[in-house]
Design a protein around this ligand. Structure first.
Ligand SMILES: CC(C)(COP(=O)(O)OP(=O)(O)OC[C@H]1O[C@@H](n2cnc3c(N)ncnc32)[C@H](O)[C@@H]1OP(=O)(O)O)[C@@H](O)C(=O)NCCC(=O)NCCS
Length: 174
């Protein structure tokens, strides 16, 4: 049984990441976005889960701001675990390591658009005070979630201010 090691991604992980995304998301092509974020966006945290010789999972966090406060925030997306490695705690381990590293960088709140049944297990709650870049359809409201990891004294509110690469309505629509 191989141990899982969570570490920063390297350029040499790219071929494995290119195989991982189509396998984890057969109906959605997230690879162009992931590749551009890795290549062009300096303010990201990119972690891989290494199991033996293989890359079993990947997570990206994009650092961002908030329209009505100077607190630092981050967006968790995407998260992918290879089908043969799912339900072994790898996704949770990637989230937890990311949250810890972001907390030590001074990030105050982490946002995610995803299944509340999954992210709720890591402490995320539905978010109503800070809006995503584009309005979400009613059935997705519960999927917009956040987790406070910092010491902010004032509640965050307004809108999440994301880098250009995230400002594609298709990424935020069903
Ligand atoms: C969703 C995903 C990231 C979870 O990663 P993982 O390593 O399999 O998850 P973990 O092992 O940390 O946690 C597994 C637990 O979460 C639950 N879980 C897994 N996927 C879930 C989902 N989509 N919805 C609700 N619960 C889920 C399972 O019930 C499991 O608990 P159990 O085995 O005790 O029943 C992974 O399955 C994946 O990459 N799926 C395809 C891509 C995807 O949907 N990504 C989500 C981005 S929002």
């Amino acid at each position: 049984m191989h141990m899982i090691k969570i570490r920063q991604s390297l350029d040499t992980d790219m071929p494995a990441i290119e195989r991982l995304y189509p396998a984890a998301f057969p109906d959605e092509d997230l690879l162009p976005l992931v590749k551009r974020l890795l290549a062009e966006e300096p303010d990201i945290l990119s972690l891989v889960a290494e199991k033996g010789q293989s890359i079993a999972g990947h997570i990206l966090f994009t650092l961002c701001g908030l329209s009505h406060s100077s607190n630092q925030a981050a967006l968790l997306a995407p998260l992918a675990v290879a089908p043969g490695h799912q339900r072994q705690g790898i996704g949770t381990a990637l989230i937890r390591e990311g949250l810890q590293q972001l907390g030590s960088k001074g990030v105050d709140q982490v946002f995610v658009l995803g299944d509340p049944a999954y992210y709720g297990r890591c402490g995320f709650d539905p978010e109503t005070a800070v809006a995503p870049p584009y309005p979400l359809p009613e059935q997705w409201r519960q999927a917009w979630q956040s987790l406070s990891i910092g010491p902010a004294q004032t509640p965050n509110q307004g809108k999440l201010l994301l880098p250009e690469l995230w400002l594609q309505p298709a990424l935020w629509a069903p």
